[in-house]
Design a binder for this molecule. Structure first.
Ligand code: HEM
Length: 407
C-alpha cells in the first residue's frame, strides 16, 4: 500500500460501460490499496484475480459488517445493507447456520431444476416483449423488460402472487439504498416486507403450491430440520435482494453492451450457439453492475495478499470488474470474445461458500432474453449513442439508467 493521499472511491469512468482506468493501474501497481468510501471510512480494495477470488472464498473473512471497526459503506446510520442487523439473517449468513441453510436451498437451485424454469422464463419474456412492442418503437427496454422480468421470476419462485410484484420491486429498491433513502424509509420498508413475507409463509404453509417457499415450509423431519419463521423471512429477503436488481441491471447492461458494438449482437443472430458464450463474456466484462465492484469482507485475522500484509480489522473490497480483466487470468482481457475458453471462470457470481446460489437461474434469464431479442428483433438498436448511456446513482447496486431501443 502507498502513503499517497487515499483516493475517493468509487472512481470516475470515461463512459458508463467502460471501467475506470484507475482499476487497471491499481491492479498493475498497487493491487492491495486503501480507498475512501462515500461514508468517509477507509477500506482496502483488491484488484487481482487470485486475490479477489481468495478474499471471496476464504471462510475466515466475514460478510457481517455490523461489527465494531468495520467500514460503513452507505450514508444511512446503519451503514447500508451489509451493516444492518437483521432478524434471521445472522443465522443463515455465516458459519454452521449458513452451511445448513445453503444445503437446504441448493437442492432447489440446481442447473437441472432451473432448466424446468426456462419455458416459464421464456413465456414471461415473450409477454413483456409483446407489451413493449405494442407501444411501438422506440421503447424503454429497462422499464419494459429488464426491470419486470427478474421480479416476476422471483415472485413465481417464492410463490408470491404476481400482482404483488410492484411491492417487491419497491422494497428491494429501498433496502438496497446507498444514499437515496433515509433511515426511516429503510426501516419502514423492512417492517412492511417482514410483515408481508410472514403472512406469505403462513399462507404457503397452509396451502402449499409448487414454489420454493411452500417446499421449505413443508420440511419437517430432515437432518437439517426446518427453517424458523425468521429464517424463512430472511431467505425470501435474501433471494429478492440478491436476485432482483442484479439480474435486472445485467439484462439492460447486456443489451447495451451488445448493441454498443452491434457486431456482437449480429454474431448471435448468425449463430445462436454463441448465446451461452456471449452471456459469459458480458458477465466477465461488466463493470457497471455494482457501485463498489463486489461484496465487502471484514478481516478477523491478518492475511497476506500479493505480498502485502493486511491487518485484522480491515474491511476488504474484492473488486470483481478489475479481477475479471486480469491479464494473468484472461489474455487480452478487454477483448470481447464469446469463444474464449475460460470465460465462465469470471468472478461475477463470486466464489467459494457464498458462490451465487441463483446463478443457474440468472444464466437462464440472460440466455432467454438474448435468444428472444436476437430472434424476434434482429433490427434492434440503441436509440442514442452508447456514449450517452448513464449510470444510475445513489444505490448500492449500480447499473444503467433507462436503456432506450429502436427496432
Ligand atoms: C446477474 C445476476 C446475478 C449476479 C451478478 C449475482 C452475483 C452474486 C454474487 C457476487 C454473490 C456472492 C456474494 C458474496 O460472495 O458475498 C451472490 C450470492 C448470492 N446470490 Fe446471486 N447474483 C445474481 C443473481 C441471483 C439470482 C437470480 C438469485 C436468486 C434467485 C441470487 C441469489 C443469491 C444468493 C441467495 C446468494 C448468497 C449465497 C450464499 O451466501 O451462500 N443471485 N450473487
Amino acid at each position: 500500500m502507498t502513503a499517497d493521499a487515499i483516493p475517493e472511491f468509487p472512481f470516475d469512468r470515461p463512459t458508463a460501460l467502460e471501467p475506470p482506468p484507475q482499476l487497471a493501474e491499481l491492479r498493475e501497481r498497487c493491487p492491495v490499496s486503501h480507498v475512501r468510501l462515500p461514508s468517509g471510512d477507509v477500506a482496502t480494495l483488491v484488484t487481482r484475480y487470485d486475490d479477489a477470488r481468495a478474499v471471496m472464498a476464504d471462510p475466515r473473512f466475514s460478510r457481517n459488517l455490523a461489527r465494531e471497526g468495520a467500514a460503513r459503506l452507505a450514508t444511512t446510520k446503519d451503514g447500508g445493507l451489509f451493516g444492518r442487523r437483521r432478524e434471521g439473517a445472522m443465522e443463515i449468513g455465516e458459519g454452521q447456520g449458513h452451511m445448513r441453510w445453503r444445503r437446504l436451498l441448493s437442492r432447489w437451485f440446481t442447473a437441472r431444476k432451473m432448466e424446468v424454469w426456462r419455458p416459464r422464463v421464456q413465456a414471461m419474456t415473450d409477454d413483456l416483449l409483446d407489451a413493449m412492442l405494442a407501444k411501438g418503437s422506440p421503447g424503454n427496454l429497462s422499464a419494459g423488460l429488464a426491470l419486470p422480468l427478474p421480479v416476476r421470476v422471483i415472485c413465481a419462485l417464492v410463490g408470491a402472487p404476481s400482482e404483488d410484484q410492484d411491492k417487491f420491486a419497491h422494497w428491494s429498491r429501498v433496502m438496497l439504498t446507498l444514499t437515496r433513502f433515509t433511515q426511516e424509509e429503510v426501516d419502514q420498508a423492512y417492517r412492511e416486507f417482514n410483515a408481508y413475507v410472514s403472512d406469505l409463509v403462513d399462507r404457503n404453509r397452509a396451502d402449499p403450491g409448487d414454489d420454493l417457499l411452500s417446499e421449505l415450509t413443508q420440511i419437517t423431519d430432515t437432518e437439517d430440520g426446518r427453517l424458523s419463521q425468521g429464517e424463512l423471512i430472511a431467505t425470501v429477503r435474501g433471494l429478492l435482494l440478491a436476485g432482483h436488481e442484479t439480474t435486472s441491471n445485467m439484462i439492460a447492461i447486456m443489451t447495451a453492451m451488445l448493441l454498443a458494438d452491434r457486431s456482437r449482437f449480429e454474431d448471435v443472430i448468425d449463430d445462436p450457439d454463441l448465446i451461452p458464450g456471449t452471456v459469459e463474456e458480458v458477465l466477465r466484462l461488466d463493470s457497471t453492475l455494482s457501485v463498489i465492484g463486489g461484496v465487502p469482507r471484514f478481516l478477523t485475522e491478518e492475511v497476506e495478499l500479493s505480498e502485502v500484509r493486511v491487518p485484522a480489522g480491515t474491511t476488504l473490497i474484492p473488486n470483481i470488474p478489475a479481477a475479471n480483466r486480469d491479464p494473468g487470468k484472461f489474455p487480452d482481457p478487454d477483448r470481447f470474445d464469446p469463444r474464449r475458453e475460460n470465460n465462465a471462470q469470471h468472478l461475477t457470481f463470486g466464489a467459494g461458500k457464498h458462490y451465487c446460489l441463483g446463478q443457474p437461474l440468472a444464466r437462464v434469464e440472460l440466455q432467454v432474453v438474448l435468444g428472444t431479442l436476437t430472434r424476434r428483433l434482429p433490427e434492434l438498436r440503441l436509440r442514442d449513442s452508447a456514449d450517452d448511456l448513464k449510470l444510475r446513482v445513489g444505490g448500492m447496486s449500480g447499473g444503467l439508467q433507462d436503456v432506450w431501443v429502436t427496432w
